[in-house]
Write a protein of this length. Structure first.
Length: 347
């Protein structure tokens, strides 16, 4: 998969002000820890995540999505009326219908001609949105496209804590599928794309590859119908199997990406991945043969921010000067399903 006419004008992020440490979450779980003899610090030790962020309860996904969309437009110097299409690609939504994209469209004051809809693909949502937007631009159907994602993780974390505190019969083995939910954080991210004829940045989206292995779509699922916590969001994850099979899917996708782009393992100057934790990063870089020194990570202080995780990480890499003009940026997206998309950018 190659693109010849698509540019990335901005990759932006907005982060919540409220910071909650892993130790604080363990204190919420003190009755469970005391009953099972678990030691404080276990969550950070296992994941490398020391803190994550949460929006205020009054903040809706569309509010954060509009804020980060506005930031991307401002950074790139594009007016809202220049946007031809808008996609909201987060797991979190304002409501089941209409699309949360309609709220973001309204809040940004986008023109009535601007196409808008939601795209859902778990943690891979933004890269899936980028593919749809890039295809439209490459085909000449749009000159500009704005992809946003705003994840609100507080309801999931709070509901997970509630279940773990209330169900006093859970064993150490039985609590394992819940622990991945405690690593989730909130963030908003946006990617603004444009046709080469109207670009102001010159940052080229080169293309990439995708691959899926849906034999493993049971390894991470949210809100089972038979879940006793169906009154709120809930997610159960087989973290070990998801890690093993996700990395293998990524390895195959990286091989195809190198072929599509004419890259080698040493080509990327900077690498940003979907942020899961320390063990995931170590296994991923080893399996793909990539230089871990080129990694830019945020999981330590953001946790796993769902679909906003990868683009927010890339945005911070740009903001902090890790990505310079002429660099080649690799975006490695891996999501439950299992789905994987890897994209290359010439900055």
């Amino acid at each position: 998969m190659r693109y010849t006419k698509v540019c990335i004008e901005a990759i932006s992020c907005v982060l919540p002000e409220r910071v909650v440490t892993s130790v604080a979450i363990e204190q919420w779980l003190k009755p469970l820890y005391d009953r099972l003899g678990l030691h404080e610090g276990r969550l950070e030790l296992m994941t490398g995540i020391r803190e994550r962020r949460f929006w205020g309860r009054e903040t809706r996904p569309s509010d954060a999505g509009a804020a980060v969309g506005r930031k991307a437009l401002t950074q790139a110097g594009f007016a809202p009326e220049s946007v031809d299409c808008l996609f909201h690609c987060a797991v979190s939504r304002d409501f089941v219908e209409p699309a949360t994209a309609t709220s973001v469209h309204r809040l940004l004051g986008l023109p009535t001609r601007a196409l808008n809809f939601d795209i859902s693909n778990a943690c891979l949502g933004v890269l899936s949105g980028v593919l749809v937007a890039a295809n439209m631009i490459q085909l000449g159907q749009a000159a500009t496209a704005l992809v946003v994602a705003a994840e609100d993780s507080l309801p999931l974390v709070e509901n997970t804590v509630r279940v773990l505190r209330q169900d006093t019969g859970l064993s150490r083995r039985e609590i394992k599928p819940y622990f991945a939910s405690l690593t989730i954080g909130s963030a908003a991210a946006a990617v603004l794309l444009a046709h080469e004829d109207v670009t102001r940045s010159g940052h080229r989206l080169l293309g990439g590859a995708w691959r899926s292995d849906t034999r493993f779509n049971h390894l991470c699922q949210g809100n089972h119908e038979d879940d006793p916590a169906s009154v709120g969001p809930m997610m159960q994850t087989d973290a070990e199997q998801l890690l093993e099979n996700g990395v293998e899917t990524a390895r195959k996708t990286w091989t195809e990406t190198k072929t599509a782009l004419g890259w080698s393992d040493s080509t990327p100057t900077v690498i940003c991945t979907h942020q899961v934790g320390r063990m995931h990063r170590t296994r991923l870089y080893s399996a793909l043969g990539l230089d871990a020194d080129r990694d830019f990570s945020t999981f330590e202080y953001l946790g796993n921010c769902g679909a906003a995780s990868l683009p927010a990480t890339a945005a911070l890499a740009v903001e902090e000067g890790r990505v310079q003009s002429g660099d080649r940026l690799a975006l490695l997206g891996i999501g439950s399903g299992i789905n994987c998309t890897i994209l290359g950018v010439q900055w």
